[in-house]
Design a protein around this ligand. Structure first.
Ligand SMILES: Nc1ncnc2c1ncn2[C@@H]1O[C@H](COP(=O)(O)OP(=O)(O)O)[C@@H](O)[C@H]1O
Ligand SMILES: [Mg+2]
Length: 159
């Protein structure tokens, strides 16, 4: 398990990190969990990442649908928000199992609400609002894919 800690002073820092992450080849088949309270900046981060990956048009938030699919050039992306997820049967009914098994990028807000069903995340990004409104981002790699993402990011952010 590799852990990194960053501070994002403003949304511009969030966007810069998202842009660096978007260049990582390992992202193309990864599952990333976003943890943090309401307003921590999970959706904001996802929006910047989708833009950096080339998703165009209006980016809808998945709160009511649980999952919102997106298409970037050569990459399928699924943005989950499990905030209102309560019925495990929905997991089977909505075909989430197949979705997690298929290639592409999966991003999940409120993963703790579906914890028993989700596969282990490659990367966990935990966001905390600091007293000065900046965000502390704690990145935890839990798989070799996650470790590759963190290694690649370190190289990218040095330059
Ligand atoms: N790094 C940051 N610094 C300051 N404000 C931020 C930062 N990231 C996001 N925000 C702001 O905080 C709010 C986060 O909202 P949102 O992304 O919807 O949170 P969540 O999805 O975690 O509930 C937005 O208003 C956004 O502009
Ligand atoms: Mg959100």
């Amino acid at each position: 398990m590799i852990v990194e800690s960053l501070v994002w002073h403003s949304e511009a820092d969030t966007a810069q990190f998202a842009t660096a992450l978007a260049t990582q080849p390992a992202l193309r088949h990864a599952f990333i969990e976003l943890q943090g309270d309401l307003g921590a900046g999970k959706t904001t981060f996802v929006r910047h990442l989708l833009r950096a990956l080339g998703v165009q048009g209006r980016i809808k938030s998945p709160t009511y649908a649980v999952v919102e699919p997106h298409e970037a050039p050569g990459l399928a992306i699924w943005h989950f928000d499990f905030y209102r997820f309560s019925d495990p049967r929905e997991w089977e009914d909505a075909g989430f199992r197949d979705l997690f098994a298929s290639p592409g990028l999966k991003l999940a807000e409120w993963p703790e609400k579906a914890a028993a069903l989700l596969p282990p995340a490659d990367l966990v990004i935990q966001l905390q609002v600091q007293p000065d409104e900046s965000r502390r981002a704690t990145l935890t790699a839990q798989t070799t894919t996650g470790a590759a993402l963190l290694q690649g990011l370190k190289m990218e952010m040095k330059t």
